[in-house]
Design a protein around this ligand. Structure first.
Ligand SMILES: NC(=O)C[C@H](N)C(=O)O
Length: 566
């Protein structure tokens, strides 16, 4: 997760309706058009002078500068019709996803203005149908219309714009009341308070106060493996049924009739349901007919377990545990998984037990995580220092982990590095001297480790305290395999490194160091860049009468080197 540094960031705002833009008609609130005009009258949302100077179109607004060297420019797309979100369905959410797909390359982030009533459903659905996100998608809205004097809409929308504009958080998120949540972890918990949402089983990804605090360990890494995929296949015949004490088996049977293909049941406590044989029989019969049932707890916090016989009975009937998923996320996941073409029923059931978009905390991983933590590093460190508490052990791990990750990257020990990932450690953390594992692996020329780190989405252009990027360190080590990997992942030499290249190239030409020259060329250096005395590497080689280096430089400058094997 990185902070965006471009001087201008472009966002697309999709306005779908909701209270934020509502007006009163006949004493009730209805969706209102013309949100852009309202925003244009508010100085915090639009800098008219800048927009005019830049020749921006009517529907394009620009925020006042959030930092001296960056502007957030945004275009508002007003949907037709606008909705009270109680009327939104999967059809509208698919349309939003397709709008994002259509404009994906033009904008660096997306803000979806949505009614709050079904925003958690919308965020959950979008999180599944948008796969391989590299850019932030942030839903927001309000409890009170933005044009009224005392409202939460301004703060929420401004926050969503700033988060999407300034940070690269490649997830579907929900911003409300100074908190950025993972969208598929949210639920609406209050119909009146400004703090309308919570994320019961996952801390916020970011919190805005005097400072913006990003919970970097939680933010999912952008996928480098694939392009954005917008899934169109979703199953609409899915439902949600809350169990209550004494619910009759006949009602459950009626609910489970065709065309229903999937059901989320909200059970009691840690996933417990009535154990009446007739009710269990209805559930079992539906599962045998191929209906997929997922168990979620109706409690706000906690997870489905099989600690109780009444919980184990649910699993015994073939119901899939939803662990700590919200019902909104479970319903969206069910719709997505059942809508995927070409999968067997077993494949679908297996997919439902996996963590697809950070929507669930899997207990197995948890157990493994804690046993690994307690059983190995954390426990040993705690023991060594005479500490027994998990908290202290965790704190020590936080301090040691960056150095440990660097030491492992230094030796090129891929398996241990992978184990650190499984323990949940962030491999992009900087250790001493601002060094990341990528710097270390690049300096040492460990191609496998570099490949793994890049797949995990670590920042490729980060600089250590000496101002060196991983690419620069790979060049210094003449590790051409690593240079190739870093370049393919978007690494470039910084303006300073490019400027310094001239003198270094001359030095290499003087020493007839062909490998060094090739490494610089491969990293993108301009071979004609003059050294400190104004002469280029070619002049130096010619003056020294070194025909081989002269030929090499001419070839590389002419692009012939590109065809040569590395
Ligand atoms: N606060 C809101 O946005 C509620 C409204 N009924 C909606 O969901 O569209």
């Amino acid at each position: 997760m990185a902070r965006a540094t471009e001087p201008e960031r472009r966002l697309l705002v999709v306005y779908t309706g909701g209270t934020i833009g509502m007006r009163s008609e006949g004493g009730v609130l209805v969706p209102g058009r013309g949100l852009t005009s309202v925003l244009k009258t508010l100085h915090i949302f639009h800098d008219e002078e800048y927009a005019r100077a830049r020749g921006l179109s009517e529907d394009t607004l620009v925020l006042p500068p959030a930092s001296p060297d960056q502007r957030i420019i945004y275009t508002v797309l007003e949907c037709q019709p606008l909705f009270d979100s109680s009327d939104m369905t999967i059809t509208e959410w698919l349309q939003i996803a397709q709008t994002i797909e259509k404009h994906y390359t033009q904008y660096q982030g997306f803000v979806i203005i949505h009614g709050t009533d079904t925003m958690a459903f919308a965020a959950s659905v979008l999180s599944f149908i948008l796969e391989n996100l590299q850019k932030p998608i942030i839903l927001t809205g309000a409890q009170v219309p933005i044009h009224t004097l005392w409202n939460d809409g301004r703060e929420n929308l401004l926050g969503a714009l700033l988060m999407a504009g300034q940070y690269i958080i490649p997830e579907v998120c929900l911003f409300f009341q100074n908190q950025l949540f993972r969208g598929n972890r949210t639920t609406k918990v209050d119909s009146r308070k400004f703090a309308a949402f919570c994320s019961p089983n996952l801390p916020p990804l970011a919190t805005v106060g005097v400072d913006v605090t990003i919970n970097r360990d939680l933010v999912r890494k952008a996928s480098r493996e694939g392009q954005l995929v917008v899934h169109r296949g979703v199953e609409r015949d899915v439902g949600l049924l809350t169990f209550y004490p004494g619910i009759p088996a006949s009602l459950v049977r009626a609910f489970l009739q065709p065309p229903l293909k999937g059901l989320v049941v909200e059970t009691f406590g840690s996933g417990n349901g009535p154990t009446k044989p007739d009710l269990l029989q209805e559930l079992r019969a539906a599962v045998e007919r191929g209906v997929v049932i997922v168990n979620c707890t109706h409690c706000l916090q906690g997870a489905v377990t099989s600690d109780y016989a009444s919980g184990a009975a649910m699993a015994g009937a073939g119901i899939i545990p939803g662990f700590d998923m919200t019902s909104e996320a479970a319903l969206a996941k069910l719709s997505y998984v059942l809508g995927q073409p070409g999968l067997s029923l077993d494949d679908r059931k297996e997919m439902l037990t996996k963590d697809l978009r950070g929507e669930v905390t899997l207990p197995v991983a948890d157990e493994r995580r804690s046993s690994l933590q307690c059983g190995t590093m954390g426990h040993r460190v705690a023991w060594l220092l005479g500490l027994s508490g998990r908290q202290e052990a965790d704190a020590i791990q936080d301090v040691l982990m960056p150095s440990l990750a660097q030491a492992v990257a230094h030796t090129g020990d891929l398996a241990t590095l992978q184990a650190l990932v499984e323990l949940g450690h962030d491999l992009s953390l900087e250790g001493s001297s601002g060094q990341t594992p990528l710097h270390v692996a690049a300096r040492r020329g460990h191609t496998e480790v570099v490949t793994m780190l890049l797949r995990r989405g670590v920042d490729v252009n980060t600089h250590n305290e000496d101002g060196h990027s991983p690419l620069m360190l790979a060049v210094k080590g003449r590790h051409r395999g690593v240079i190739g990997l870093l370049r393919a992942a978007g690494a470039c030499l910084s303006p300073q490194e490019l400027e310094d290249a001239g003198t270094e190239l001359c030095r290499l030409a003087h020493r007839a160091d062909s490998e060094g020259l090739r490494a610089w060329w491969q990293a993108g250096a301009d071979l004609e860049q003059p050294g400190y005395d104004g002469r280029s590497a070619l002049c130096i080689a010619e003056a020294a009468g070194n025909a081989e280096v002269v030929a090499l430089l001419k070839n590389l400058q002419g692009g012939v080197g590109a065809l040569q094997p590395q």
